[in-house]
Design a protein around this ligand. Structure first.
Ligand code: ZN
Ligand code: ZN
Length: 280
């Protein structure tokens, strides 16, 4: 298990900034989740996102390694409700009995009221885009265990952090930001791997990318969200997919993404873009 727990400081050659020891990033298959909180204070930590389906055991085991046997988070914060970010959340809530927080606009998908649109398998991209028809798009039902994030931008049990509304990939998508060291947990607002291409997913080749194409429904909003995140000038970003990116590499790539969003991120065609992209 130990080798699957990858502290952000060691996953990427692109990291030149020292990272605080209170964020651990756990890649589960193709998606990342974060344990936020220093292991020296094992009763004060939060889980951000909840991985792939059937990964509850692995998440709980990692929590035990980091914080000690039986230690549970104070809350689970969700960047959004896609299946690969909430896969284990129902089991974790049953096991830990902790509250879950998400943006108000994401709540219908987390309380059994709405399903996400079917993935768009027609966007250009490789095998993962094609395979995305098999991805579950049904919302889950956390019942009364899920709450909306506070209106004032604070993040429950993460006192130094703020949440930033970054819609586009989903309506209620949020990213998290800590000003003191400019650390960002971006979710899928932008990612550092071309998630549509199986080869790139498998090799985790670093490449700045917009949100995963097959599931992103509002590209104008997605672009605005990336602008918003770039304006925060993050020092390090842990993204929902791909390796964390930091320092100059992050700044350069993020500003290139803002500049060339149409080229880098927005698919040329697809059911969520047709008629939207300029022909220039
Ligand atoms: Zn997503
Ligand atoms: Zn994702």
């Amino acid at each position: 298990m130990k080798d699957r727990l990858i502290p952000v400081t060691s996953v990427s050659s692109g990291l030149e900034q020292p990272i605080t020891p209170d964020i651990h990033c756990l890649p589960i298959q193709v998606v990342n989740l974060c344990f936020v909180g220093s292991p020296v204070r094992p009763d004060e930590w939060v889980l951000v996102d909840a991985g792939m389906p059937k990964s509850a055991e692995q998440i709980i085991a990692t929590a035990s390694e980091l914080y000690g046997e039986g230690k549970k988070p104070q809350a689970i914060i969700l960047t959004h409700g896609h299946f690969d970010h909430v896969g284990a959340v129902e089991e974790l809530v049953d096991y830990w009995n902790v509250p879950v927080y998400a943006h108000e606009l994401e709540l219908p998908f987390l309380t059994g009221q709405m399903d996400y649109p079917e993935p768009d398998t027609s966007v250009e991209g490789g095998l993962v885009a094609k395979m995305s028809r098999m991805f579950p798009n049904e919302g889950i039902d956390l019942g009364s265990n899920v709450y909306k994030l506070p209106d004032d931008g604070s993040v429950p049990h993460m006192p130094e952090w703020q949440w930033v509304h970054t819609p586009g990939h989903t309506q209620g998508h949020v990213s998290l930001f800590r000003e003191k060291d400019r650390t960002m947990i971006a979710g899928d607002a932008f990612i550092t791997v071309k998630q549509e291409y199986l080869f790139k997913v498998l090799t985790q080749e670093m490449e700045i990318s917009g949100p995963p194409r097959y599931l992103t429904t509002d590209w104008d909003a997605a672009w605005d969200s990336v602008r918003k995140l770039e304006a925060l000038k993050p020092n390090i970003a842990v993204t929902g997919h791909g390796h964390p990116m930091a320092g100059e590499e992050l700044r350069e790539n993020l500003s290139r993404l803002v500049q060339d969003f149409e080229k880098i991120a927005i698919p040329d065609h697809g059911k969520f873009v047709d008629g939207k992209k300029n022909d220039t």
